[in-house]
Design a protein around this ligand. Structure first.
Ligand code: 3HC
Length: 318
């Protein structure tokens, strides 16, 4: 047998033993190409989601109803930008450049979460995003804290600490509106109706329709399936909605004692695939804005690169 085959076999054996032991895979470890590609795909899409997600919320900074609300929203949006940077940095440890990651977003090669392709029509939407979207993200990201790739897992631990504040501030907005005037209650319920189903779609297709879940479980990238996490999110959110008087817009929602979770109505997968394939309500606007601002910021990147090169030259010339 060729020498290279035995070396490759040895590498694969060491990798699988580390995965089976539940040890973190680190950037310097030898890993199968498929593992590396799977992680670059998922981590980059996660990072893109964090950054694109700043747009719908940023739309309401100048129109926040109070200084306190504006401060909280600014802090949340700043957090999301930071989450994107953690995740881009973690993805770069897999051997892909930041410029290539951004190029994949701009050319449509890489996706970002469906949820950020919907418009934010009023202040209740900011509450719904914090409560539902960040609430769904927390369920997914708490599970991802145990993902097998070290840099991704550590990024998740850091991000989850901030997500709980995001979810609480959204829920506070919804609770305040439900305790407000009839118009405010109607606004909050309308936002609930518009954001509920796209939030369920955030967890991805049903397990049987997910082409990546098999590998994700084999390599311990995913520790729970899409449907498991979706049910976890529904079960906790239904109770929260009841407490403040919001109605879940799903006539088929029913507690299933035998399964220990709520059964829910059919999800509109046509809408999901239309949206993730670029034809949602705001896809073009989101991408055009990102490309425009990225190009406008080119001078900052060039200046930082020039400064780095100059510093490096000074260090090596001494
Ligand atoms: N939005 C866009 N695309 C989605 C999607 C979604 N909600 N759910 C699934 N997809 C895509 C997948 O990317 C895949 O397409 P691809 O092959 O072109 O990448 C296809 O649909 C099949 O889906 P799978 O379930 O087989 O794919 P995964 O195994 O990757 O699972 C996932 C999908 C559960 C979203 C997983 O990728 C994941 O956990 N990603 C990390 C979490 C994440 O990205 N969250 C996004 C929101 S971040 C956020 O909300 C920030 C908060 O602070 C506001």
């Amino acid at each position: 047998m060729e020498k290279t085959d035995t070396v490759l076999e040895e590498m694969l054996k060491n990798f699988e033993e580390k995965i089976n032991r539940g040890d973190a895979i680190e950037p310097k470890d030898k890993m199968p190409d498929g593992y590396r590609k799977h992680l670059i795909r998922q981590m980059s899409q996660h990072a893109h989601s964090e950054v694109i997600g700043m747009q719908p919320e940023g739309n309401w900074i100048t129109r926040a109803p109070s200084l306190r609300a504006k401060q909280i929203l600014l802090a949340k949006i700043q957090d999301e930008g930071g989450h994107g940077l953690y995740l881009y940095s973690a993805a770069e440890t897999l051997g892909i450049s930041r410029s290539e990651l951004i190029n994949q977003l701009h050319t449509g090669k890489a996706k970002y979460s469906n949820i950020f392709n919907y418009p934010t029509l009023n202040w209740a939407d900011i509450g719904a995003i914090g409560w539902l979207v960040d609430g769904a993200a927390i369920v997914n990201q708490v599970s991802l804290q145990r993902t097998s790739y070290g840099p991704y897992s550590r990024a998740m631990v850091r991000i989850c600490k901030e997500e709980s504040f995001h979810q609480r501030q959204g829920y506070e907005i919804m609770a305040k509106m439900m305790a407000g005037t009839k118009e405010q209650q109607e606004m909050a319920q309308d936002a609930m109706n518009r954001w509920w189903w796209p939030s369920l779609m955030m967890f991805g297709p049903h397990d049987g329709d997910s082409p990546h879940t098999g590998d994700a479980f084999k390599w311990k990238i995913k520790r729970h399936s899409n449907d498991e996490l979706r049910h976890k999110f529904i079960d906790k959110t239904v109770q929260q909605a009841e407490v403040i008087g919001l109605t879940i817009p799903d006539k088929d929602l029913k507690w299933n004692e035998a399964k220990g979770h709520y059964d829910h109505g059919a999800i509109n997968w046509d809408e999901f695939y239309r949206t993730i394939n670029g034809n949602g309500p705001c896809n073009r606007q989101r991408l055009a804005h990102h490309i425009k601002v990225h190009n406008e910021g080119a001078w900052v990147r060039e200046a930082a690169e020039a400064y780095r090169a100059k510093k490096e030259k000074a260090i090596f010339n001494n």
